[in-house]
Design a protein around this ligand. Structure first.
Ligand code: UTP
Length: 839
């Protein structure tokens, strides 16, 4: 996401190609190491062919590069003997760039020689990984630092206006039309995930893409993204494999590879995925761009990430983008590490790109005036020339508007939002213009610097700084004839809920009334988007009122925990086709997981408790009249300081799996659920027994679910109405919670302790002709996901009820069933202090 408060300097500053610079680059490439990794290994030699011309702005340096001079000997003294010719050339160049301080504290030869060699190796790496080398880096830095010191406005002389783009209501006919067009285009798309970020704000100890995107299936973000691409490939690929490139960094590379390997690449072919590792850049200590040494290691240059803009350079240098174009692909879609909703809107954006022939299209959301999110803005010279459509940081837009076209600055229009859309940095680029552009610029896009000065003289920094670049600045390198637009999905919940902030920062944002972009909302917004999608396209009536709860101090509505896997519906139109109108009724705290490309819901399906249906491709599952009534799974708030996994702690809840019905179809065939009887003679149409697995473990091992007394059937389409009294199960559970403190010995709900045949297996054994049904499946959800039903301590088979009984009564606005009233009161008080509910 766009870093807030960044001062963007240097529009187009680094895009300049010089013939002499090109020669120098070729010379220097002889001794460069690659600086990029593809998969695990890669050599520069194999990439050199696609090396672009260097973007040097001072050709003088090239002569200095080539000839080592005596001053190496003068500064390094006897240590100069440690250097080979390539090192000497590089050190000479650094000395010319006034970087002698790097070597001044080198002790005499024989002392710390290993450290000296380590530093030389690092300098070679820094030189190789920056387009144009370390010399270009220092010169670019000096220029940008000077501009920053002089307070130069990068938008000086530009007039802003609202760019051309599409604004779509989620699920509207226009949206569906664009989505349909996008689905066809998806068969010609490559995908790029930028996942090199440190994630400092979130503070998670692992890599962000390994985080479960939701706790019902525990699918990691990376698993979700790959499942989404595979689902599009199955629908639109026509036999073509859709490639995925992942940009990693030293902070994430090894663990990303490990995650992929451990999960068998989440079902993708190994050679379908390319890892591109970005390198960090050197930190700078002052306006003269002196490189910083690590305070604790005189043989190490301090480095920091250069930003996600590196992705263009890596796609150029690796030749990947060019290969994609050659193989007939048309689009490349960029997305970020923790936005689980991105694929909900991406197809519509692809459709908009195709319809408008956009060279670049940014997914956007409505933004309130002055909201802290970059704005997509068209900039032109006063005479209308040199148009540029670009992300403008929120703190730059307002002054720019005031100084040009609007005294009021950035204000909301009649829609209640700023007319300038909010950039969420999920981009669709047209390969036929992207590849030539990469060839011309080497993928180097405009950089900026954001030093924190000690005082107004702007002569000293509080801490070291470095150059950065952002992938959304790509249009700065495009000719003004390029078509750059946006696709705004008006409903933020439909496309954007990233996981970026720590619980402490999230609650602060919540108190300010801002989106928290936390692990809590990242998960809950998946359920919300799924529920609202079902409501929009399948007329599913949602519980009213919804549950409310407080997690990590964030008070929020909680939708039924509905997970619709990408295999089940990669598009909204497919959801519409698969779920009959009004066929599903969900209790406020119900769980519904549908995972499989050939599942459809005829209904009426009533879920109060937890239902998981998983089916492999070719297993055609037709869910007919079925009422699921069990104790379900509870999203239990964690108390401050309560022991829990890190993943749970950053969300503020843990999931207690009390009981669930899980139907797993791991063999192709046609299944009607429930069927009046098995047609064993033909073997063509079969039904599986409805199995109810109960997990009696967990912190609050409650009683077995209590079935409600029989009441008149309620149409499944009717909105769920709550009665005054809690159900018998709720009463029992609440008592269990209040009376029994959880003991250390109790098995955690998420630990699998399966012994002997599961309930489903037992059922299959007693009916030999029934299809094999197993708890494990080869569906597209994460192979590493914890089992939906983690243990089979006790299990029983329940026949599907013939009629649809009324949903269980629940107190209005109820929260988790098993939560103690004390805990609830405490949390409510916290929320009252915190302010309004986040939605
Ligand atoms: P973020 O803005 O979320 O930054 O990056 P971050 O570095 O991951 O997190 P903080 O700022 O330290 O908290 C947006 C996207 O760009 C990627 C991230 O992985 C994320 O997908 N990114 C960011 C890179 O790939 N490389 C970078 O150098 C920075």
């Amino acid at each position: 996401m766009v870093r807030k408060g960044a001062i963007l300097l240097g529009v187009g500053a680094t895009v300049a190609v010089g013939g002499l610079g090109y020669i120098a680059y070729q010379f220097r490439s002889n001794y460069r190491s690659t600086g990029i990794s593809i998969g695990e290994e890669s050599s520069y030699a194999s990439l050199k062919a696609s090396a672009p011309a260097a973007a040097w702005d001072d050709p003088k340096v090239t002569t200095d590069v080539i000839a080592p001079t005596d001053h190496v000997q003068a500064v390094l003294k006897e240590n100069a003997a440690l250097l080979d010719d390539q090192d000497r050339a590089l050190v000479s160049q650094l000395l010319d760039l006034d970087q002698a301080h790097l070597f001044e504290r080198w002790p005499e030869p024989g002392t710390d020689d290993e450290g000296k060699r380590r530093m030389l190796a690092q300098l070679r790496m820094l030189d190789a990984s920056y387009h144009g080398g370390i010399a270009a880096y220092v010169r670019n830095a000096r220029k940008l630092l000077q501009e920053s010191r002089d307070g130069i406005n990068p938008f000086e002389g530009y007039v802003p206006s609202v760019p051309t783009g599409a604004t779509l209501d989620f699920a509207s006919p226009e949206f569906m039309e664009m989505e349909g067009e996008g689905l066809r285009e998806a068969g010609h798309a490559a995908f790029v995930l930028v996942a090199g970020g440190l994630g400092e704000r979130l503070g998670y100890s692992g890599i962000k893409v390994a985080l479960p995107c939701e706790s019902a299936t525990c699918t990691p973000f990376l698993g979700l993204y790959i499942a989404s691409i595979l689902a599009l490939q199955a629908r639109a690929g026509n036999g073509r494999r859709l490639p995925l490139a992942i940009m990693t960094s030293d902070d994430t590379h090894g663990r990303t590879l490990e995650l992929l390997r451990k999960n068998n690449y989440f079902g993708m072919d190994e050679d379908q995925i390319t890892l591109l590792k970005q390198e960090k850049v050197a930190c700078l200590i002052d306006n003269a761009a002196h490189l910083a040494l690590e305070p604790t290691d005189r043989f190490s240059v301090q480095t920091k990430p250069h930003g996600h803009g590196d992705v263009h350079m890596l796609l150029a240098k690796s030749g990947l983008a060019a290969q994609w174009l050659q193989s007939g692909l048309k689009w490349v879609c960029f997305f970020q590490d923790t936005n689980a909703l991105v694929f909900r809107a991406l197809l519509a954006a692809l459709g908009v790109s195709a319809r408008n022939d956009f060279d670049m299209n940014s997914l956007a959301v409505p933004r309130k005036a002055r909201e802290a999110i970059g704005a997509i803005t068209r900039l032109t010279r006063p005479d209308g020339s040199a148009p540029l459509t670009i992300n403008v940081e929120y703190n730059q837009l307002d002054p720019l508007l005031r100084s040009t076209i609007s005294k009021e600055g950035d204000v909301n229009d009649a829609s209640g939002y700023s007319p300038f859309p909010g950039n969420i940095n999920q981009l669709v680029l047209k390969l036929s213009s992207y590849v030539p552009q990469l060839a011309a610029t080497g993928g180097v896009i405009s950089e900026f610097v954001n030093p924190k000065y000690k005082d107004s003289t702007k002569t000293a920094f509080k801490s070291s700084t470095r150059l950065e670049c952002m992938m959304q600045d790509y249009p700065k390198a495009l000719p003004s004839s390029a078509k750059v637009g946006f696709t705004t999905i008006k409903q933020v919940w439909a496309s954007y809920s990233p996981v970026k902030n720590s619980p402490a920062d999230a609650v602060a944002k919540f108190k300010e009334g801002n989106p928290t972009h936390s692990a809590t909302t990242g998960e809950l917004d998946i359920y919300k988007a799924n529920c609202l999608s079902l409501a929009e396209v399948a007329g599913v009536a949602l519980p009213c009122p919804l549950q409310t709860d407080i997690f990590n101090g964030i008070s929020t509505e909680v939708y039924p925990r509905v997970v619709l896997s990408p295999a089940f519906c990669p598009s909204l139109s497919e959801l519409k086709a698969k779920v009959a109108p009004g066929s599903v009724t969900l209790a406020p705290d119900s769980v519904l997981v549908l995972d499989g490309p050939d599942i459809s819901v005829r209904g009426p399906l009533v879920v109060r408790g937890a239902l998981v249906v998983r089916a492999v491709a070719g297993a055609k599952v037709d869910l007919g009249p079925l009422t699921v009534d069990n104790a379900g799974w509870i999203w239990e708030p964690l108390e401050e300081g309560e022991a829990a996994s890190e993943e749970d702690r950053i969300r503020g809840f843990t999931v207690i799996r009390k009981a669930s019905m899980e139907l797993v179809y791991d063999k192709p065939g046609s299944y009607i659920v429930p069927a009046p009887m098995q047609q064993l003679s033909t073997g063509e149409t079969v039904s599986v027994p409805i199995a109810e697995l109960e997990t009696g473990s967990g912190r609050q091992a409650g009683p077995a679910p209590v079935k409600e007394a029989e009441v008149e059937p309620t149409p499944a389409t009717q909105a769920v109405e709550r009665a005054e009294e809690p159900s018998a199960a709720e009463v029992n559970n609440a008592q269990a919670t209040e009376d029994e403190s959880p003991t250390e010995d109790e098995t955690p709900a998420d630990v699998s302790v399966t012994e002997g045949p599961s309930a489903v297996e037992t059922a299959a054994a007693s009916r030999p002709a029934a299809p094999a049904v197993a708890v494990a499946s080869s569906s597209c959800l994460s192979a590493a996901a914890k089992p939906f039903v983690p243990s089979s301590i006790s299990a029983s088979l329940l026949a599907a009820p013939a009629a649809t009984p009324a949903l269980p009564a629940a107190p209005a606005g109820s929260s988790s069933k098993s939560k103690s009233s004390k805990r609830k009161a405490k949390a409510k008080a916290a929320a009252a202090a915190a302010g309004a509910s986040e939605s």
